[in-house]
Design a protein around this ligand. Structure first.
Ligand code: GAR
Length: 217
């Protein structure tokens, strides 16, 4: 099977990007990371991508002022010229217009540091602790126009401990993020995902999906 060409969009540190790059270093992985785009020139992840010899681009949203669609048209043109099949948002901190989301419908996925639909938005770990939940985690989902919504592809749960701080909880969730994002991209690149009535089904996932939704020991 032809490997799918993937662009990863980042705004910051890029640890999820690095997890995808390292998964795709395996020649048997069904996707290759063809491009990393940052909307911030100072994103630390850019250096990590360059070190892995991945093509990088900065499309600074600030240069487009309030014109969101102009930023998205510039991005879309770059994705087309790099013949991108799939877009992965990895800590990309900008919302898209319905125009861009519709263009990339079921070809664009995002990772969110919470068990959606709980704790959409920012500061998820602080809010999970404040709510007193005992189980927290991460979700990978298809992108739809509403923020942090869209059919859920895979989730991983982690326990919340009594002595957790937002930082210790974030670190535990990040390990789960790095585990599930490469898995979700693999399934998408293998054409195993189908969305029916807002739910995402994974062909042939079987027991593996069951295991991922269980808390780690
Ligand atoms: C990750 O925890 C990711 O889930 C989160 O930002 C962090 C980026 O870290 N994304 C969101 O909050 C999107 N709603 P990274 O740059 O090291 O991957």
């Amino acid at each position: 099977m032809q490997r799918k060409r993937v662009a990863i969009l980042i705004s910051g540190r890029g640890s999820n990007m690095a997890a995808l790059i390292s998964a795709a270093a395996d020649p048997d992985y069904p996707a290759e990371i063809a491009l990393v785009v940052s909307n911030r020139p100072d994103a630390a992840g850019l250096a990590r991508a360059k070190a892995a010899r991945i093509a990088t681009l900065v499309i600074d949203h600030k240069t487009f002022g309030k014109d969101r669609e102009a930023f998205e048209r510039a991005l879309d043109a770059e994705l087309a010229s790099h013949r991108i099949d799939i877009v992965c948002l990895a800590g990309f901190m900008r919302l898209f217009t319905p125009w861009f989301v519709t263009r990339w419908r079921e070809r664009m996925i995002n990772i969110h540091p919470a068990l959606l639909p709980a704790f959409k938005g920012l500061d998820t770990h602080e809010r999970a602790l404040a709510a007193g939940v005992k189980v927290h985690g991460a979700s990978v989902h298809f992108v739809v126009p509403e923020m942090d919504s869209g059919p859920i592809i895979v989730q991983s749960a982690v326990p919340v401990r009594d002595d957790d701080t937002p930082d210790t909880l974030a670190a535990r969730v990040l390990v789960a993020e790095h585990r599930i994002y490469p898995l979700a991209l693999r399934w998408l690149a293998e054409n195993r995902l189908s969305v029916v009535d807002g739910r995402c089904n994974v062909a042939g996932a079987g027991d593996r999906a069951e295991m991922l939704i269980s808390p780690s020991p």
